[in-house]
Design a protein around this ligand. Sequence first.
Ligand SMILES: Cc1cc2nc3c(=O)[nH]c(=O)nc-3n(C[C@H](O)[C@H](O)[C@H](O)COP(=O)(O)OP(=O)(O)OC[C@H]3O[C@@H](n4cnc5c(N)ncnc54)[C@H](O)[C@@H]3O)c2cc1C
Length: 248
Amino acid sequence: MKRPLEWQIATVKAAKPETSKAKTFTLTLPDWTPHRAGQHYDIRLTAPDGYQAQRSYSIASEPERTGEIDVTIERLEDGEVSSYMHDVVVPGDQIEVRGPIGGYFVWEAGTGGPLLLIAGGSGVVPLMAMIRHRAEAGSTIPTRLLYSSRTREDVIYWDELEKLRAADTGLEIFHTLTRAQPPGWTGYARRIDDQMLSEVVKPLGKSPKTFICGPTLLVEAAANGLVQIGVKSGQIRTERFGPSGGAS
Ligand SMILES: Cc1cc2nc3c(=O)[nH]c(=O)nc-3n(C[C@H](O)[C@H](O)[C@H](O)COP(=O)(O)OP(=O)(O)OC[C@H]3O[C@@H](n4cnc5c(N)ncnc54)[C@H](O)[C@@H]3O)c2cc1C
């Protein structure tokens, strides 16, 4: 078996639209290695003239699925790799990948909880791997997801999150829609702030195992806000996807 950091050629098994901007790619890996929820793969594209571009994408699927992984990629306007993945790559294509990578932003059911997950935009991807892993492991660890999106149409994994919420008494989901809300919306309708964080965190106590992922500004605001309201900073882990975008 190859060591995790060697490049291998994955085959695109499926490409499924999640929203108008996010697509999930199922990649079959000749040298699959079990991952931990929260880890990512690097994808490397090579042009005919030899020019290469490489980006990181979190694993969306649970580690219990063997031989393949899902990655969910948000299409950025003018984004070199994300727009190529959306506009050009189709099932049957082969792409270079390496992973799984990362040992800090990871959660395993055995690590325990309670679990606080905070996402902005496509930052929900590694947190979804944790939620799927939790479900597969039969864990009932109290878990709360606070997920910020621009509009209802931008929410990735809506249906699956609703099913998991309904099936599982220990998982609670709080959406905030920052740009527009559908008629009758009863969730939050503003950017994440200290008041929202206190309401979501309160039942979990002062030291939930916390994972925050998304655009840099959202991650920083949420992490600082949590410390302000008394959550232990040593329990907070963050992952920044990029300079802006997502739910900002
Ligand atoms: C550990 C890690 C995991 C990641 N996981 C995911 C994932 O699961 N899904 C996913 O869609 N992305 C993820 N990203 C972001 C991803 O790696 C790329 O940065 C993103 O797809 C943009 O690449 P691009 O080549 O399309 O855009 P580029 O050509 O690099 O950039 C185009 C423009 O968009 C801006 N930009 C770059 N990145 C972002 C961003 N994230 N948000 C908003 N604007 C940006 C740039 O400043 C530039 O103006 C992850 C990043 C890291 C570090």
